[in-house]
Design a protein around this ligand. Structure first.
Ligand code: AMP
Length: 316
């Protein structure tokens, strides 16, 4: 994930929670600080966001004794492989990416990194012989591009990369804005009330859920097409409690009661993580040590894959 500000419920349910569930000795999780350079972000903010995100990973349950957790820029192979892959990717492929089309329209004089970052993403993935990439639904197109690049490279230069598969959670793969439930919850675009952060205060969580837009017919039913606001709340609830959205809907008759219970569930889920997050940030030296150890472990694997790719292309 990019260190571009505190994580919202979509980041947690769509991605981070799957990572915690799937962690093992072969799993690599990274804070992609190079990607954050595509934003207008000050050096101080980038540095502190990077540590915040590392602390968030750990507080959510990622364990550096079990998996590898690191900061992207501390493993230079990402930027190096990025260049090799840029040379097998076409301008047409990148300019067709939906995220590029949307973001470039919002930014005047956007920079080249906004066009090419999906190639860096492909490098992030391919460096680790990655079989599965657990991401939210919004990343599907970028993941498809990573597969295309890997297949093209293998065809042209010989078997070099594992071709990765994207995996998405069954529910909450696309958490929607609480105020505009036809738009995804997003760090950059959502309104302050539409975006629920993992470490919002309990008061803010309750307020945002209480004010979440639903509909006026009052019928408790899971139906994305006709009832996007309510269905979003039901999916969030379902994702946190393990029942299906239909089962959750079956337990309630009033929207207000559903919202009250959901707010309590969200507060209870994140309270222990928030406490751990605050403790971790009190000792940055420990975070730096974890990052350095993770970068060493990641470099061992990434170095082998990078050299394989560079040699295949004819670099000496
Ligand atoms: P980003 O916000 O681009 O740094 O996204 C980090 C991760 O969160 C990616 O795996 C995204 O797919 C996931 N993600 C972002 N927004 C949402 C959302 N609204 N619902 C589900 N997953 C999301």
């Amino acid at each position: 994930m990019q260190p571009s500000g505190s994580l919202h419920l979509g980041n947690y349910l769509g991605a981070l929670r799957q990572w915690v569930d799937a962690q093992n000795a072969d799993a690599f999780y990274c804070v992609v600080d190079l990607h954050a350079l595509t934003l207008q972000i000050s050096p101080e903010t980038l540095r502190s966001n990077t540590m915040d995100l590392l602390a968030t990973y750990l507080a959510s349950g990622l364990d550096p004794e079990v998996c590898t957790i690191f900061i992207q820029s501390q493993v230079p192979y990402h930027a190096q492989l990025n260049w090799l892959l840029e040379c097998v990717t076409t301008y047409g492929e990148l300019s067709r990416m939906t995220a590029f089309k949307e973001k470039s329209q919002r930014q005047e004089g956007f920079r080249v990194g906004l066009l090419t970052y999906p190639v860096l993403q492909a490098a992030d993935i391919l460096l680790y012989n990655t079989e599965e990439v657990p991401v939210g639904e919004d990343q599907r197109q970028h993941l498809e591009l990573a597969r295309t690049i890997a297949e093209r490279f293998n065809n042209r230069f010989g078997e070099t990369f594992q071709v990765p598969l994207g995996t998405q959670p069954k529910v909450a793969a696309r958490v929607m804005d609480l105020q505009e439930p036809t738009r995804k919850m997003s760090k950059s675009v959502s309104s302050p009330l539409g975006n629920l952060h993992m470490f919002d205060s309990p008061e803010d969580i309750k307020k945002k859920i209480a004010k979440a837009v639903t509909d006026t017919d009052g019928e408790m039913r899971f139906d994305w097409e006709k009832k996007p606001g309510l269905s979003n709340l039901l999916e969030i609830y379902s994702s946190l409690c393990g029942e299906t959205p239909e089962q959750v809907a079956g337990r309630y008759t009033r929207y207000g009661e559903l919202k009250t219970d959901l707010a309590e569930l969200v507060v209870a889920t994140f309270a222990p993580m928030k406490q751990r997050y605050e403790e971790l940030l009190r000792d940055p030296a420990d975070l730096y040590k974890i990052a350095a150890k993770g970068a060493d472990k990641a470099s061992d694997v990434a170095g082998v894959v990078y050299r394989r790719a560079a040699t295949a292309m004819g670099l000496s």
